[in-house]
Design a protein around this ligand. Structure first.
Ligand SMILES: Nc1ncnc2c1ncn2[C@@H]1O[C@H](COP(=O)(O)OP(=O)(O)OP(=O)(O)O)[C@@H](O)[C@H]1O
Ligand SMILES: [Mg+2]
Length: 161
């Protein structure tokens, strides 16, 4: 049996913390699907099409990473894709409470699916999409914290305003 994992999130935009978790997942599982949540936030900075395009470009050399989008209940999507695992990243204790609730709720909804938590490299352990957007918009440097393509797209967006 091959193990298929789903890594869900809003990825608005994808950061090197996400990339780190996905790369680890790609070594651990036969295949990992980066599942971008539709409508996670009312006004995302990056459109769905842009987020998909960026993620596909970032993982073009990792053949067992797939990029997809989903709406509705995560466990329904995971079941539909015939996957067995939900991957989530843990940055700090502050992530734990929410992630613990979600994992147990998802187990209650579908106990055939297992949630697996992974820790990123320390150097990425404080990054979130929200923080990247905030710092960049205020003129701070985010080089090395996001893929180069994301840095470029952020620059285009901020100068267009
Ligand atoms: N730097 C990181 N290291 C490890 N895991 C991370 C990191 N950033 C996010 N994650 C994990 O990735 C998954 C998707 O999270 P999400 O899409 O909310 O990203 P985010 O960076 O937290 O964005 P936002 O700031 O918009 O909440 C979650 O499991 C989250 O804990
Ligand atoms: Mg988050």
């Amino acid at each position: 049996m091959s193990t298929l994992a789903v890594y869900p999130g809003s990825f608005d935009p994808i950061t090197n913390g996400h990339v780190d978790i996905i790369a680890r997942g790609a070594r651990l599982f036969d295949r990992i699907i980066v599942a971008i949540l539709v409508n996670a936030e009312k006004s995302p900075l990056f459109s769905m099409a842009e987020r998909v395009e960026i993620a596909k470009a970032v993982f073009k050399d990792l053949p067992n990473v797939e990029v997809d989008t989903f709406e509705g209940l995560l466990v329904d999507y995971v079941e539909r894709r015939d996957a067995q695992v939900i991957v989530r990243g843990l940055r700090a204790v502050s992530d734990f409470e929410f992630e613990f609730q979600m994992a147990l709720m998802n187990r209650r909804l579908n106990d055939r699916i297992e949630t697996v938590f992974m820790m990123p490299a320390e150097k990425y352990s404080y990054i979130s999409s929200r923080l990247i957007k905030e710092v960049f918009t205020l003129g701070g440097r985010v080089h090395g914290l996001v893929p180069d393509m994301v840095e470029e797209r952020l620059r285009q967006k901020v100068t267009k305003k």
